[in-house]
Design a protein around this ligand. Structure first.
Ligand code: PHE
Length: 345
């Protein structure tokens, strides 16, 4: 009997108390979908007598209203929970998205390699400030005031302090001075660091770059020691059989001074674009520490002698990886950076 059924379901709905979003959903499935109870009672209603229809029509409509209201109330209580359940849906058996590992910057890789080679020869690593005074960047290194050699390196001056210029260091040679002032010979150190020069940025020049300075001071240090040390360094870095040659040059802080070339790493000396057909590429400046520099740092130049050298890390890196544009080193383009060794620790 329809009337009986309505009564029974009315009771059931009145007693219904949702305690989760799942209860609400089950309620909907039971009463409100197209094959649910409400619809089926309306179907049954079609076949009752006219007399019954008059009474039951109202009752059935009230029942439908009750079912819908109960559903809406329960939905507003647990709707948020339902949304949360929705969000969790998805295939939990799919593999997760891997975290991308960072990679080492090519300049860091090469700096590390250079440092390792010299460490094995007993060189320690020393560092100094990037903001330097005139004394450490120029005067102690035998650049007299107003001397045109100061123009060899275009300087970013910051301010004057007690009549002295404060500037961004133009080379790591300033660290030599700090090291020698602070200690007693023998010195055997390499000094990696960033340096600055007031130059227009292009593929071949930048306003900052990196250098590694080397200094060896002791009794009886000779030019032969300098040559042998740098020859060994080049064999380690570029492989056995790499040739070196020294061309006379000038630096205020070394006498005699030289620039060192190596046989071209690309064409092995045959001549190519990189070495402009000469078979040689320049990689560093070097020389015997000028006695004036030793004296400026409080070291007896009669007793001690030494050699120094300085190289640009960018240059060494370019030769190793054939990077043609210096700007790539500082633009943080992941497409470029991700081509180098991945950092695992
Ligand atoms: N400081 C020099 C430069 O920046 C390089 C150099 C270092 C040369 C040590 C000789 C000795 O060009």
């Amino acid at each position: 009997m329809l009337q009986e059924k309505i009564k029974q379901f009315t009771q059931e709905i009145e007693q219904f108390k949702a305690s989760s979003a799942a209860d609400v959903e089950n309620f909907r499935l039971k009463f409100l979908v197209s094959k649910g109870i409400v619809k089926s009672l309306f179907e049954e209603f079609k076949s009752v007598s006219n007399e019954e229809k008059r009474v039951l029509g109202k009752v059935l409509n009230e029942f439908k209203q009750l079912a819908e209201n109960t559903f809406q109330e329960a939905l507003s209580a647990f709707g948020k929970e339902k949304a949360a359940i929705k969000r969790q849906e998805g295939d939990l058996t799919l593999p997760g998205e891997g975290l991308q590992l960072g990679s080492r910057h090519p300049l860091s890789l090469v700096r590390k390699e250079i440092v390792e080679i010299f460490k094995k020869l007993g060189f320690i690593v020393a560092e100094g400030p990037e903001i330097e005074d005139d004394w450490h960047n120029f005067s102690a290194l035998n650049f007299p005031p107003e001397h045109p050699a100061r123009d060899m390196q275009d300087t970013f001056f910051i301010k004057k302090q007690d009549g002295n210029d404060i500037a961004l260091r133009t080379h790591t040679s300033s660290v030599q001075v700090r090291l020698m002032e602070a200690g007693k010979p023998p010195f055997r150190a390499i000094m990696p660091g960033r340096v600055y020069r007031n130059e227009a940025i292009s593929a071949r020049a930048h306003c900052f770059f990196h250098q590694v300075e080397g200094l060896y001071v002791d009794e009886n240090v000779s030019f032969a020691d300098l040559k042998q040390t740098l020859f060994h360094f080049v064999q380690e870095l570029y492989g056995e059989g790499t040739k070196v040659r020294f061309r006379p040059s000038y630096f205020p802080f070394t006498e005699p001074s030289a620039e060192m070339d190596i046989s071209c790493t690309i064409c092995k000396g045959a001549g190519c674009n990189l070495c402009k057909g000469s078979g040689w590429v320049e990689i560093l400046g070097c020389g015997m520490v000028d006695p004036n520099v030793l004296e400026n740092c409080g070291i007896d130049s009669k007793k001690y002698s030494g050699f120094a050298f300085g190289m640009g890390i960018e240059r060494i890196t370019n030769l190793k990886y054939e990077i043609k544009d210096l700007r790539l080193f500082s633009e943080n383009d992941v497409r470029f950076l991700s081509q180098f060794e991945t950092e695992l620790i």
